[in-house]
Design a binder for this molecule. Structure first.
Ligand SMILES: [Zn+2]
Length: 215
């Protein structure tokens, strides 16, 4: 009888611990609204090399990131969830409609005239909100850490979606180059898509942690 009681005791303790752990995990991003914007889609492939398109990789990363964010309690909207064309105007309209806490536009770089280019680039609007500024720095930090690629441009850019969303916490990131052969090899692998999603996820968690100071 004693044996049974002891086993029951440990079962209850284990249940309690795992329930607590999952509740805490679920609460990290509760109430947060995040928009993911996988660049290009449909007739617009973005950069293409060796049969792999930028639009596909952007979407693969976004879907993996969506899963992580939803798992932590966030409400996530995607400007596209499959391979379809969405105009830049429509993307901006969706950004404003959802009035989110964060917007992340996912892209990949190309510089055909400089095949050695391999740095991480992260952009925000000129005169960004303080949230866009904070988020852009965290995204750069985590992408550099995860990819091992050198730190590249971090600052304002005049892309349509940024220029028309100045009042919103929007960041556009490009972790790898389609025109750099080592990167192209990696971009074909689901492991790399997951690695990018994990890095963005970490940046988002850090963004909402008010104890994290960003210089
Ligand atoms: Zn792109």
């Amino acid at each position: 009888m004693l044996g049974k009681k002891v086993v029951m005791f440990f079962v209850i303790i284990l249940l309690g611990v795992s329930l607590l752990a999952s509740a805490q995990k679920g609460k990290l991003l509760n109430g947060k609204i995040i928009v993911l914007d996988p660049g290009h889609g449909g007739s617009e492939s973005g950069t293409t090399a060796e049969g792999i398109t930028e639009k596909k990789v952007n979407l693969e990363v976004a879907l993996r990131l969506e899963k992580l964010l939803v798992g932590s309690g966030a409400t996530v909207y995607l400007t596209r969830k499959d391979d379809r064309y969405v105009s830049l105007e429509e993307r901006v309209r969706l950004f404003h409609k959802y009035n989110p806490d964060l917007i992340l536009s996912l892209h990949h770089n190309a510089k055909p005239y400089d095949p050695a280019a391999n740095e991480v680039s992260v952009y925000r609007p000129s005169f960004p909100t303080k949230e866009a500024k904070r988020f852009s720095k965290l995204v750069m930090q985590e992408l550099v850490k995860a990819t091992g690629n050198p730190r590249g441009a971090l600052g304002p850019a005049n892309y349509y979606i940024l220029a028309n969303s100045k009042s919103l916490p929007v960041v556009l990131a490009e972790p790898y180059y389609f025109t750099f052969l080592e990167h192209l090899k990696l971009l074909k692998k689901p492991e790399t898509w997951q690695l990018e999603a994990d890095a963005y996820y970490k940046a988002i968690i850090l963004f909402f942690d008010e104890s994290v100071e960003v210089k």
